[in-house]
Design a protein around this ligand. Structure first.
Ligand code: BMA
Length: 863
């Protein structure tokens, strides 16, 4: 079997080499990815096994059946040895005389995780120590015609970093580092490695400290000159034209009379002579785009992208070319003093934009296996839920290019943290220099993306340390004065000196913000309702009621959240039936916020009758999370323009787990994602009761007026209309205000609060554009009726259309389909009596007994 594999691999390599030969005959610059014939082994063990590159040690071990699925049950616990030993990867690739004849040949390593020595034909090329950096090394002198052997030695990150902690002599705070799960006691070493912090565990993630070639490796050969980088810089933009400068960084072997041309859809925008000098130099090229189409965020217009082709030529010979999608837009972070403090909002093309979105973490503990389909699913799901911003949170990674390409495409602005989170980091020269190179490379890699809206130094480090204020997370108390000063000094060196300088030099048009949350630059009271951004965790971590979302409102809510379990289909993927109890060992292992499962239950008890049945608890946790976060989103949007952003924690998961996510590891939307889609709608109606007062707010993010009919009614759970009112309204551009006010006790006079619901909808040109419901008691105190839901199902080309109606109120109707993954266009909604709701179910298969196999659950079914 093994030898068959081997023969197949060799065949494959030969094919690649053949196709590369064809290429090399045509092109001045050849680039081939070294993906094939990789093998790996544990250092000290004889057996070499097939490996996948890009990949990780864990996924390779799993593929070779040496370990179980790291995400299954408690397998994670048995796999902690993997980060304590060294690993080696090797591959052979063939080089022919043609390629060897090129003057410049180098190997480019897009990402090595993390401590490695790289050898070519037995000679050490270099060592690397940062997962987030690219490494480029000339290899012509070591390369030979025929077979070449590349070997990469991965040192155990534990073995490398434990001595650093011993040498430092004190433990830097790293609250999410699950060292004890890794058998390291309290030795939290994650801060020493420039490696994804969440690999060491987080309060939603396992501790799986992997190693590997996590991004591609290329062999690149060229003569004369090549384009190293292009920075597109925007100048003046008017309706008639956009002035741009493309700064080319070109590496040349010598003096060459070249031309640099830029074109769009084969129409030349610039064709400029360039006298190339020997070495790496910059060559600015000015050009214009007539009648430019701007890039807009989702909801405000088209996210228009220009595909620009650049060519570097010597006479007629094409030396190198580059194709990039560029968006024309201006983004500013506006912080202006006002009567209440200081604003904090994003202004896109001159328009203040209310940011609607979520925080984003890596899609897997093993990033190389995340498919482009998965990336697209998450970012499209963000756009489908009317989001316009995602925050690439600092405990993960600087994402792969595809993430930003998709944000560009879908109009999702990216709040980009540098990768530092919830810890304090060392400040020795070597560490700082490593961070400097990492930051420069990543800023250069990402700065042309129109989606990049802000660079942020780190996640929650300023607020946790709270330098000039009491409070914080108690970190300072552990250190004497001298050590404190040193730790803060090291902090300032990175976040107040180095990173802002790098942004100033490499991406001066994008705003730099040192930490999230932060009250203001230079002001260390890092927690403020009146300026900067805020992470509000009173709900959940602080056990405060959901109602407090209405009270704690800052200028920009960059984090808040609430957990739920994943749905049963997802739970089934990591459990056996015996584990189906939220207190079981396996369910506890897939909950990393120690207090989590009990906290969900505690909140559930406040508003709902807590179900006994396991599946019901999973469902109720979705409803609880969605209804709770909805309160927050609505409160933030009602308070526009005082508050100009709401980003719940978190959109996705990196493994199947109970967490704050609105989409689970398998891409399944939880109730929260459906609720967010509605609550983030461009025009939205939000009824609220405060004391005895009912107000009905309309929020509009539109840039044009909205004339509509606000139709309100109070009905009982049998569908009888007890009160109604309809009024014509004009909703201002980009606004929030109340259009209706009433005293609740007067409104509800004679009605049974246990059996009534307030329903408001907005109708524009005879079309309902948004609606919302409000109950006057917690759900557990409502007298929910048993309802009979009627279905009218038709088969369509994409799946099924389901029309639902009910004789009585059916609260939080949850549709699911066993064993088949399809997508419901709406779910977990309240089906009011007398109303019909249309849901599209998309799936690839057809079923004779679709209706029978469709499961329906409502809150009334859980008790
Ligand atoms: C925030 C985040 C994460 C964490 C989340 C939930 O503070 O920045 O560190 O996972 O809270 O606790």
């Amino acid at each position: 079997m093994k030898s068959l594999w081997f023969t197949l691999c060799i065949l494959f390599i030969s094919l690649i080499i053949l196709s590369y030969k064809a290429n090399s005959a045509m092109k001045n610059l050849v680039k081939i990815e070294l993906t094939k014939s990789w093998q790996f082994h544990q250092v000290g063990e004889d057996e070499w096994m097939l490996a996948e590159v890009p990949g990780t040690v864990h996924t390779d071990l799993f593929k070779n059946k040496k370990i179980g699925d790291p995400f299954y049950r408690t397998n994670e616990q048995d796999q902690q040895w993997i980060d304590k030993v060294d690993w080696e990867y090797k591959a052979t690739f063939t080089v022919d005389a043609d390629l060897l004849s090129k003057n410049n040949i180098r190997l480019i390593f897009k990402g090595l995780d993390t401590y490695v020595d790289v050898f070519l034909n037995g000679k050490q090329l270099f060592s690397a120590n940062n997962m987030f950096r690219e490494w480029m090394v000339d290899c012509k002198s070591v390369l030979k015609e025929g077979d070449n052997a590349l070997t990469i030695y991965f040192h155990s990150p534990v073995k490398v970093d434990v001595p650093k902690l011993d040498e430092l002599g004190y433990q830097l705070p790293a609250v999410n580092d699950q060292s004890e799960n890794g058998g390291l006691g309290d030795k939290k070493i994650s801060v020493f490695a420039r490696k994804a912090p969440y690999h060491y565990g987080w309060d939603w993630g396992p501790r799986l400290v992997t190693s590997g070639i996590w991004r591609p490796i290329y062999l690149e050969a060229w003569d004369q000159a090549r384009i190293e980088d292009i920075h597109y810089i925007q100048g003046q933009i008017s309706e008639e034209k956009a002035a741009l400068t493309a700064v080319f960084e070109i590496e040349s072997e010598g003096e060459i009379d070249a031309t640099i041309s830029i074109s769009h859809q084969e129409k030349a925008l610039s064709d400029a002579p360039a006298k190339l000098k020997k070495g790496l130099h910059k060559y600015p090229v000015d050009f214009e785009i007539k009648n430019p189409k701007l890039w807009w965020s989702n909801g405000l217009g088209e996210a228009f992208l220009y595909e620009l082709t650049s060519e570097l030529k010597a006479g007629a010979k094409l030396l190198d070319e580059d194709i990039q999608k560029v968006g024309i837009r201006t983004i500013r972070v506006v912080q202006e003093k006002d009567e209440k403090g200081k604003s904090f909002y994003f202004e896109l093309n001159g328009v203040p934009v209310f940011a609607k979105g979520a925080n984003y973490i890596p899609n897997d503990n093993f990033v190389p296996r995340v498919t482009s389909e998965k990336y697209e699913h998450i970012i499209k799901s963000a756009a489908d839920a009317n989001m316009n911003m995602l925050r690439v949170w600092g405990g993960g990674i600087y994402e792969n290019d595809i993430f930003y390409d998709l944000c560009d495409k879908y109009g999702i602005m990216a709040w980009q943290d540098f990768i530092f989170a919830c810890a304090m980091y060392p400040g020795d020269e070597a560490f700082l220099e490593n961070v400097r190179q990492e930051a420069i490379q990543n800023v250069k890699r990402l700065r042309n993306h129109p989606c990049i809206a802000i660079w942020c130094g780190n996640n929650e480090m300023d607020t946790a340390w709270s330098h000039n204020t009491p409070g914080g997370w108690g970190w300072k108390a552990r250190f004497d004065e001298k050590t404190r000063a040193k730790i803060w000094h090291d902090y300032e060196k990175i976040f107040h000196e180095m990173l802002p300088k790098i942004i100033e030099e490499y991406d001066p048009r994008t705003y730099y913000w040192p930490s999230s949350p932060l009250a203001d630059w230079g002001k260390r009271a890092s927690y403020s309702n009146t300026s900067g951004d805020m992470h509000y965790w009173g709900v959940w971590h602080g056990k405060e009621p959901f109602e407090n979302f209405k009270k704690v409102i800052a200028r920009f809510m960059s984090e808040y959240g609430f957990q739920s379990f994943p749905e049963l289909k997802t739970v089934k993927a990591y459990t056996i039936v015996e584990d189906w109890d939220i207190r079981s060992e396996v369910m506890a292992a897939h909950q990393r916020s120690g207090i989590g499962n009990e906290r969900i239950k505690m909140y559930m008890g406040r508003d709902y009758k807590v179900p006994k049945n396991f599946e019901h608890i999973l469902y109720m946790s979705h409803v609880l999370q969605a209804e709770g976060i909805k309160i927050g989103i609505e409160a933030h949007r009602r308070n526009k323009p005082y508050c100009m952003g709401t980003m719940y924690w978190q959109i996705n998961d990196c493994w199947p787990v109970a967490s704050w996510s609105s989409i689970d590891y398998f891409g399944r939307w939880k109730a929260l994602h459906y609720f967010a889609k509605k609550a983030y709608d461009e025009v939205f109606v939000s009824p609220i009761v405060d004391d005895n007062k009912l107000n009905v707010f309309i929020i509009s993010d539109r840039l044009n007026l909205c004339q509509a009919n606000l139709e309100m009614e109070i009905i009982n759970f049998d569908g009888e209309v007890l009160w109604s009112k309809s009024q014509q309204i004009n909703v201002d551009v980009n606004s929030s205000r109340s259009f209706f006010e009433a005293k609740v006790d007067e409104l509800l006079k004679g009605m049974d609060r246990k059996r009534v619901v307030f329903h408001a909808k907005l109708v524009e040109s005879d079309q309902q554009i948004t609606d919302n419901v409000l109950y006057f008691l917690p759900v557990k105190d409502l007298d929910l009726p048993l309802s009979e839901i009627k279905l009218d199902v038709t088969e369509t080309s994409h799946g099924y259309d389901i029309i639902l109606s009910s004789d009585k109120l059916a609260k939080n109707v949850y549709l699911s389909f066993d064993d088949v993954d399809g997508f419901f266009s709406d779910n977990y909604f309240d089906l009011l009596p007398g109303q019909t709701v249309q849901v599209k179910f998309s799936c690839d298969e057809k079923f004779e007994d679709f209706q029978k196999r469709l499961n329906i659950m409502t809150i009334r079914d859980t008790y």
